[in-house]
Design a protein around this ligand. Structure first.
Ligand code: GLU
Length: 286
């Protein structure tokens, strides 16, 4: 059954911005008769206990999901298989660049600003062997396009930059862009609702899906919650987590910010209109 999803990172407690995205993802899925699945993106920084608190918060507020919770840390074999499939098609190469080298490299004239300039793309075997003695390699995709268009329910057709994305980091951890694509397909997710700071990642992810012969989801990138300075809301912005505010207070702030009427998710569903979702960032005064 086609699904929508929420994919939190268990790096801390949920804040009102995360809750708003979760509620919108739930409403988009349920209002289109999709199932709703949950995926814990725990390949990066994990704070002990955070996952359980996040899941408890969602359930207590009535944001229920279907099927088992998927954890990325339990799916390493699936990511390896995807990298292998791309490698078999000669679409993978080792990259020895440090983060700093990538930032400081001159941008390539034929690529859009911000794209990886391809420093390691055409190294000879001898150059690779020499560089491999200094540091372990990350694996990058050999992209054949520089842009890709995705469809977003709120933003329309969006053309975005595609570059040679990292597939495996140089410590062997699967990269976020790869894991998301593999997991969305495995979980039958055909509707991706998430905060719009990830809108620029959608092109890379959809292109990667096409190379892996996976279906392209539709997207709804919803406005980000920001602090008074207009930056992505973070825990340090004051009392913004559900633990700080209490679940009920956090819930009413979120519901009010969306102009929705009702108390429970099921009540909100009755009047939910995707076209009426606010388009501007939500400023939270912590
Ligand atoms: N785990 C990401 C986050 O918490 C979301 C990734 C996604 O929805 O694709 O920001």
């Amino acid at each position: 059954m086609p699904a929508g999803r929420f994919a939190p990172s268990p790096s801390g407690d949920l804040h009102v911005g995360n809750l708003r995205t979760a509620l919108l993802a739930w409403l988009f899925a349920r209002s289109t008769r999709r199932s709703f699945v949950l995926r814990v993106e725990d390949l990066d920084r994990v704070r002990p206990g955070a996952e359980q608190r996040q899941l408890d918060d969602l359930l207590a507020l009535g944001l229920d999901w279907d099927g088992p919770v998927v954890r990325q840390s339990e799916r390493l074999a699936a990511y390896d298989a995807a990298v292998q499939a791309l490698a078999d098609a000669d679409l993978v190469y080792p990259c020895f660049c440090t983060r700093r080298e990538v930032q400081e490299a001159p941008t390539a004239p034929h690529l859009p600003p911000g794209a990886y300039p391809g420093t390691c793309r055409d190294l000879t075997d001898a150059q690779r062997d020499a560089r491999a003695t200094a540091r372990p390699a990350a694996l990058r995709l050999r992209a054949a396009v520089t842009s890709w268009t995705v469809h977003d329910v709120l933003h329309g057709d969006v053309e975005g930059v595609v570059d040679d994305v990292v597939l495996l980091r140089n410590d062997g951890t699967p990269a976020y862009n790869l894991a998301v694509v593999v997991d969305d397909a495995a979980q039958d997710v055909d509707q991706v609702v998430r905060a719009d700071d990830l809108l620029t990642s959608a092109a890379r992810q959809a292109y990667l899906a096409s190379l892996l012969d996976l279906p392209q989801p539709t997207y709804a990138h919803v406005p980000l919650a920001v602090n008074v300075d207009g930056r992505r809301l973070a825990k340090r912005d004051g009392a913004v987590t559900l633990a700080d505010l209490g679940r009920d207070r956090a819930w009413s702030m979120v519901v009010e910010s969306l102009g929705l009427v009702g108390d429970t998710p099921a009540e909100l569903l009755e009047s939910f209109d995707a076209a009426a979702v606010p388009r501007r960032p939500w400023t939270v005064l912590g």
